[in-house]
Design a protein around this ligand. Structure first.
Ligand SMILES: [Cu+2]
Length: 118
């Protein structure tokens, strides 16, 4: 069967499929209305930060971030485990980013990173 989805919508759907089928379906149904706010990502708001270190083999990224109200955290530099669609290989020290941080089984994780122009 042939799909007629526009390319952008398809890429968007694929992005969320990587994050999880439930989120993908919810996001698709919502048609780009709001950022995902389901139970798997309680802290789904973007925060600003600067990349301090990338460890691709360990799957971690160290970020100097501003206050994260969702995590009740003041500004600091800390290391997160990368999850979901985060492509650590595309990040370099000094990159300005926006990211989504959350907690999974007591571990701080970053579930999305968006590079900002310099
Ligand atoms: Cu922190």
């Amino acid at each position: 069967m042939r799909t007629t989805l526009p390319l952008a919508a398809t890429a968007f759907t694929l992005l969320f499929m990587a994050a999880g089928p439930v989120a993908a379906q919810a996001e698709h149904d919502r048609h780009h209305a709001a950022p995902p706010a389901d139970a798997s990502t309680p802290a789904a708001s973007m925060a600003d930060g600067t990349v301090r270190r990338v460890n691709v083999s360990a799957g971690t990224v160290t970020i100097a971030h501003g206050p994260l109200t969702a995590l009740n955290m003041p500004a600091m530099t800390m290391t997160f485990k990368a999850k979901g669609t985060v492509a650590l290989g595309e990040l370099s020290t000094g990159d300005k980013i926006r990211f989504v941080a959350g907690k999974e089984a007591g571990t701080l994780v970053v579930t999305a990173i968006e590079k900002l122009p310099n």
